[in-house]
Design a binder for this molecule. Structure first.
Ligand code: SDX
Length: 379
């Protein structure tokens, strides 16, 4: 009989694996990848270098980074058939659902999809990192009846995504901010989407099945889908003068305020702090302070009401404003979360499989006592 370790709703506080990848201190608001604080990575690193750090669990040497970047460049285009499948789907399909379908189709073009050895998974992850970015840009344009843009090999991963989405080379500032956002979203220990992908990986299923499970989990508004809901709430408020009463009414109705609260952070999410800084900078440059002003009032109002209960802005609260000022539509915010978090999903898969044990928790039985079948005549 397996020893029970107790029941915790939503597995709160349950340690499901040991990992060297990401450290979170929810009381102090600390986040670090392989021991490197997120503030230093966003200051000095790039998404490409951070992806290497998480996939190989070390910072790359100059030549290793150059080779990694070169390999990313090689895979920026998609198999034609993936585009053909997308074009047959209803144009109004949710982008996260389109991304989930497209990743599944990508798996059909992998000659060895079921190979889960470390080196092979690292190679598959690298391809998914860049192809999911291309897919999201293609989906963003296809929804508006626009043709895909050919990737630009002179541009970084972040800059090329913005270029493939908008058709215009981004400013260095916009590319830098987007690169920071990708670094911030790359991993976060065992949230629902990473746990889901790790559960699938622990059965020795293929990486495409694991990533589709993760995409399904991230799509939910309580997880990655919150960023899209935040910006729609800010747009609905519309005027800074309406922000406080709007939030107070929601709180009176005991409604959940999207972009706030976190299972781990009981203080300000360090990612939200960094994104708030860039959101303010972009708002000033855009001469369009309204969105940011509304967000600041929403933040103040929610913290006044719920801060004492450890409810503060999380990563999803300011990410939407950054993307809004970069000219990206809300429906793409969660796919953008996914094209960064594919790094974390793959990194945890690779790490867990090194000492794999299939995930199989149990339930506490609260059903009827053991009895007997009742024939239908007696019911
Ligand atoms: C992400 O886990 C991760 O790391 C995820 C993530 C990542 O990088 O992968 O950080 C990304 O998913 C960020 C979270 C984005 N989601 C949202 O912003 C949705 C709004 N947040 C809430 O749904 C909630 O805070 C969660 C889902 C994020 C956390 O849920 P928990 O830990 O299960 O907390 P809970 O729902 O049990 O809430 C505890 C109490 C409840 O009140 P009571 O029933 O005890 O009276 O706090 C309240 C909740 O109602 N509460 C909120 C609230 N969040 C919690 N009340 C109002 N607004 C909120 N946002």
């Amino acid at each position: 009989m397996t020893a029970e370790v107790g029941f915790s709703r939503g597995l709160e506080g349950v340690i499901a694996a040991e990992s060297a990848l990401t450290y979170i201190d929810g009381q102090q608001g600390i986040l670090a990848y392989l021991g490197i604080p997120i503030e230093e990575l966003t200051e000095h690193s790039s998404f490409e270098e951070t992806a290497f750090l998480l996939l190989y669990q070390k910072l790359p040497k100059r030549t290793e980074l150059a080779d990694f970047k070169q390999e990313l460049l090689r895979h920026r285009t998609l198999p034609e058939a993936v585009l053909d499948v997308l074009k047959r789907l209803p144009r109004k399909t949710a982008p996260m659902a389109l991304l989930r379908t497209a990743v599944s189709v990508l798996g059909h073009f992998d000659p060895s999809p079921d190979d889960v050895s470390t080196a092979t998974l690292q190679a598959k992850a690298l391809k998914l990192i860049v192809q999911m970015a291309t897919l999201t840009a293609v989906i963003g344009r296809w929804r508006k009846g626009l043709e895909p843009i050919v990737p630009n090999s002179d541009l970084s991963h972040a800059a090329n995504f913005l270029y493939m989405l908008t058709g215009r080379k981004p400013t260095d500032e916009a590319a830098r901010v987007f690169d920071v956002a990708l670094i911030l979203h790359a991993d976060h220990e065992f949230p629902a989407s990473t746990f889901a992908s790790s559960v699938v990986a622990s059965t020795l299923s293929d990486i495409y099945s694991s990533v589709c499970a993760a995409l399904g989990a991230l799509k939910g508004p309580l997880h990655g889908g919150a960023n899209e809901q935040v910006i729609k709430m800010i747009a609905a408020i519309g005027d800074p003068a309406r922000a406080e009463p709007y939030i107070k009414e929601k709180l009176t109705r005991k409604e959940i305020i999207m972009g706030f609260g976190h299972r781990q952070y009981k203080t300000y999410d360090p990612r939200a702090r960094i994104l708030k800084h860039y959101s303010e900078k972009l708002a000033q440059q855009a001469q369009d302070p309204c969105f940011f002003q509304i967000e600041e009032i929403v933040e103040k109002t929610v913290i006044e009401a719920l801060g004492s209960r450890g409810i503060f802005p999380n990563v999803d609260f300011y990410s939407g404003t950054v993307y809004h000022y970069l000219g990206i539509e809300p429906e793409l915010y969660t796919p953008i979360f996914a094209i960064s978090r594919i790094v974390g999903w793959a990194a945890h898969m690779i790490e867990y499989l090194k000492e794999n044990r299939i995930f199989r928790p149990t339930t506490r039985y609260i059903g009827p006592p053991l009895g007997h079948y009742t024939p239908i005549e007696q019911r």
